[in-house]
Design a protein around this ligand. Structure first.
Ligand code: NAI
Length: 483
């Protein structure tokens, strides 16, 4: 006997679970299907973000930052620590507990919002019409395979199946020596030598965690430029800070054969000058991007259109080629960011309910949670040049900010870019302490199409890091007060 819903959401990550909650808030009868299992075989809602991404990586970043502070910075404050040690197993257990709180939190939210949860893998069976569906002319039959076998029916289906790590050809993930984000977050001991392929977001965040805990970290990056998508001035400043901390970053490399032995991994690579090199490490993290996850969805059974990368083809409103089928998050075009998936999930739920959901792709913030953090919104200086836009730039270094000095963290700057004639803010780029929090003000400003003068005239509390954003705005008009 099949169970009928108004909306079935496939995937319980940030895109899926948020879409399910929003649709339920709008009065829909909603089911969400997710197959992720915790170590006891139970449900682990929250997808990659909660289980092997944003949340566990931030837990480990926090632990490793505390250790780094105790090792290197407490002494500046007059705090002496004798016999400092790191229990990495305990650190990992804490991280697991944080993940579980988030998993359980989503289960609680489903109960609160009356979303029916099914633990298992969902796949399309067929499109159904008329008699099989009560109250709807057309819909879909979805099979759930898992702890309980179920057949579900709904007029509307939201696919939010996320993405999986892309493997290096010839070096499949074994998650003991060749690691994806999953294995990188499950290491229980600090590797002496750690190699990373790809100096993107995951490479830098994971490299930072394990370097702070004492690993010797080498990152091999294929592109000749460091963090090509980041504003050049900000990327340069970040590169300088990472190298100073001891991260070895090799740019413009070609990775060759990867040999996995009983103990350790050996990577043959060629440097930018074309010279053959070898990197021997205990563990290798491969972070060269992610691929949309549509395996097992049985998309062909209903004719759901995928592109050459395996992503579900959608329009600007997340509509697929099938009536009543939507897709959001990493499984569709656009940046693979949890908050972008959430925005799309909310907008789709609202469209299903007849409202006008909207996502502004121009104001999606980016954050790289390294130390210093890197965060930005809007266009970079190089993009403005390429687009032929006349702009003004203002920068303010944290070195001149009182709160940053008191914190003992004066690396980096805030950089604001504004239109040369209208003064509208076109982009804000930050490298430095708490950049992830500081960027929120800039996103709000850009959403409201503020000018740099607007930010310059707003009272910012003293002493705060946010004064640097105001000073960067003042710098656009060449009238900083503290620099
Ligand atoms: P990425 O796209 O950020 O970086 C991959 C890097 O690997 C690039 O710099 C690329 O040039 C390099 N690369 C690709 N192939 C290579 C090869 N064969 N040899 C050497 N270098 C190579 O991808 P990453 O770091 O794997 O992250 C995946 C996704 O997850 C990204 O879309 C990212 O936005 C998202 N993510 C976001 C986080 C955040 O918002 N803080 C945290 C972690 C992941």
């Amino acid at each position: 006997m099949s169970k009928q819903f108004d909306v079935i959401v496939i995937g319980g990550g940030p895109g899926g679970y948020i879409a399910a909650i929003r649709a339920a808030q709008l009065g829909k009868n909603v089911a969400c299907v997710d197959e992720w299992k915790n170590s006891a075989g139970g449900p682990a809602l929250g997808g990659t973000c909660t289980n092997t991404g944003c949340i566990p990586s931030k837990a480990l970043l926090q632990s490793s930052e505390h250790f780094d502070h105790a090792s290197h910075h407490f002494a500046d404050h007059g705090i002496a620590v004798k016999g400092l040690s790191m229990d990495s197993a305990k650190m990992v257990a804490r991280k697991d507990a944080v993940v579980k709180q988030n998993n359980d939190g989503i289960l609680y939210l489903f109960k609160k919002n009356k979303v029916s949860f099914f633990h298992g893998r969902a796949s399309f069976v067929k499109a159904v019409e008329g008699a099989a569906l009560t109250g709807a002319a057309q819909g879909y039959e979805i099979k759930v395979a898992g702890a309980a076998e179920e057949t579900l029916l709904a007029q509307q289906v939201i696919v939010a199946t996320g993405s999986t790590a892309r493997a290096l050809p010839g070096a499949p993930f074994d998650e003991t020596q060749v690691l994806s984000n999953e294995g990188a977050l499950a290491l229980t001991a600090v590797p002496k030598k750690l190699g990373l392929i790809g100096s993107g977001v995951i490479g830098l965040e994971m490299g930072s965690v394990w370097r702070r805990l004492g690993a010797e970290v080498t990152i091999l990056e294929g592109l000749p430029t460091f963090l090509g998508a980041v504003d050049e001035q900000i990327a340069k400043e970040a590169h300088k800070a990472f190298v100073k901390q001891g991260l070895k970053i090799e740019l413009g490399v070609t990775v060759g054969e990867v040999k996995v032995a009983k103990k350790g991994v050996s990577v043959a690579w060629t440097n930018a000058k074309g010279e053959a090199q070898k990197l021997d490490v205990d563990k290798l993290i491969v972070s060269i991007g992610r691929v949309p996850n549509t395996t097992g969805l049985n998309a062909q059974a209903v004719g759901l259109q995928l592109d050459e990368r395996g992503a579900i083809v959608v329009d600007g409103d997340c509509r697929t080629n099938l009536p009543g089928v939507w897709a959001v998050g990493d499984v569709v075009r656009g940046p693979m960011l949890a908050h972008k998936a959430e925005e799309e999930g909310v907008a789709v739920a609202e469209r299903i309910a007849g409202q006008h959901g909207h996502v502004n792709f121009n104001t999606i913030p980016w954050v790289i949670y390294t130390s210093p953090e890197i965060a930005w919104v809007g266009r970079t200086e190089q993009q403005l040049k390429a687009d032929g836009v006349a702009y003004k730039a203002g920068t303010f270094p944290f070195l001149a900010n009182g709160r940053a000095r008191a914190l003992g963290d004066t690396t980096g700057m805030v950089k604001m870019l504004a239109d040369a004639s209208t003064d509208e803010i076109l982009g804000v780029h930050i490298v430095g302490p708490m950049a992830s929090e500081l960027i929120a003000e800039c996103v709000v400003a850009m959403e409201f199409r503020a000018s740099s003068e607007d930010i310059a005239r707003i009272c910012h509390a003293h002493p705060t890091l946010s004064e640097s954003t105001r000073e960067a705005a003042l710098a656009v008009d060449k009238r900083t007060l503290n620099f």
